[in-house]
Design a protein around this ligand. Structure first.
Ligand SMILES: Nc1nc2c(ncn2[C@@H]2O[C@H](COP(=O)(O)OP(=O)(O)OP(=O)(O)O)[C@@H](O)[C@H]2O)c(=O)[nH]1
Length: 378
């Protein structure tokens, strides 16, 4: 599918990085970006998002380069999208729909699929206006319409019913996961979650640690479902490591909501390995974006180790770095070459050891106070 990418510069500093990301997103969705049209504006045009001159430039590109789709690096209103499709005479997609599309292609587990469908329906609900989509025609539903209902009311009702059913399914899956987590908790297994910006290399680190053969690809959001493995770390024992969905700037809020359940795994971890693409020029900003999402889901209090990955590409050396309190702050690794992975194992083992000591400390404090209580009673 031949695509044009369109990005408008509203004076934000991350304009170039955000466009590079759109290129990757488009490729991940299976499109072939042929050309990029950029422009500068103070604010979006109400009817077409871009100005009429820019719209003509895009329309010419569509005709000259025989493009099938135009992808905007922004959120478009339903009216803007329709107006643009009329003027450009081709399909128009915005950033939110593109990300939803990738999620729909990638979701593998039952839960992942339910979450993506819910997010898509919620996105559709904002676009459900007269003459837009007729849901019951897709379902071939004669007799589905209630008495006196207009097409729009019927669409809204069907959509509402489906959203309700999906929410119920998710709640059930959620309860099952909580039960599984409790079972794990009883075993006192130390749990480690990999988090990070999309494409940072989480799956590759996970594979290297777990030798699991989890799908790793130079695509955004190759991993949607949480996968967990037990990993043996020598005399300190076992940990459970989980790979999680990648984060991205401007993740559509429907998706943040839908994936909250998946991210629950993250919230209950004892340690977060925050994987960073050390070779990316925008790595500091990506770290910030990830920390923002962690805060949003209430996981910002969990101890975190920054894993600077891809040191082979960034020409850095494997190392462990401590903060001023002597805690491990950063580990430099290459999941691809294996350099520094022994240091990462060591870092996780250290963290496990101090957690066990802290727990033992808490327990002996309780015993001490019990002894004191008993002594007093005698
Ligand atoms: N040069 C180099 N490339 C790496 C390294 N680790 C991962 N990669 C590459 O980076 C790309 C992304 O890796 P993944 O492991 O799929 O990244 P992810 O963070 O799981 O991605 P999402 O599923 O999108 O969240 C792949 O092409 C990997 O081969 C590394 O240490 N060095």
């Amino acid at each position: 599918m031949r695509a044009a990418l369109v990005g408008l510069d509203f004076g934000k500093s991350d304009f170039a990085a955000s466009l590079d990301e759109l290129f990757l997103l488009a490729k991940s969705a299976g499109a072939e970006p042929v050309t990029t049209v950029t422009g500068k504006r103070a604010s979006p045009d109400a009817a077409l998002f871009v100005g009429s001159g820019k719209a003509q430039e895009i329309a010419d590109a569509v005709a000259d380069l025989q493009l099938d789709i135009v992808i905007f690096n922004h959120a478009l209103s339903p009216a803007q999208q329709r107006n643009l499709e009329r003027v450009l005479k081709t399909r128009v997609l915005d950033r939110t729909s593109l990300i939803l599309d990738i999620f729909a292609q990638r979701a593998k587990s039952h839960e992942g699929k339910v979450q993506v469908e819910l997010a898509q329906l919620q996105h559709l609900a904002t676009r459900l206006i007269r003459g837009w989509t007729h849901l019951e025609r897709q379902k071939g539903g004669i007799g589905l319409r209630g008495p006196g209902e207009t097409q729009l009311e019927t669409d809204r009702r069907l959509l509402g019913d489906r959203v309700k059913a999906l929410r119920a399914q998710l709640a059930k899956l959620h309860r099952q996961h909580a039960t599984q987590r409790r079972a794990r908790g009883r075993n006192d297994t130390f749990s480690v979650s990999l988090v990070g910006y999309t494409n940072a290399g989480k799956s590759t680190v996970f594979n290297a640690m777990a030798k699991a053969g989890v799908y790793a690809a130079n695509q955004l959001f190759a991993t949607l479902d949480t996968t967990s493995r037990r990993v043996y770390l020598g005399e300190v024992g076992h940990v459970v490591i989980s790979d999680t969905v990648g984060f991205i700037r401007e993740l559509p809020h429907q998706l943040v909501a839908a994936f909250r359940a998946t991210l629950e795994e993250t919230i209950h971890a004892d340690l977060l390995l925050h994987v960073v693409d050390a070779a990316s020029p925008v790595r500091m900003e990506q770290i910030e974006q990830v920390n923002l999402v962690l805060k949003e889901i209430g996981a910002d209090h969990i101890p975190q180790i920054l894993v600077w990955n891809k040191i082979d590409a960034a020409e850095l050396e494997p190392a462990i770095e401590h903060d001023e309190y002597g805690r491990i702050h950063r580990v430099f690794v290459s999941a691809k070459t294996g350099a520094g992975l022994d240091l990462l194992r060591q870092a996780i083992a250290d963290s496990l050891r101090s957690s066990v000591e802290a727990r033992r400390g808490a327990r002996s404090q309780i015993l001490d106070s019990q002894d004191a209580h008993d002594a007093h009673a005698h």
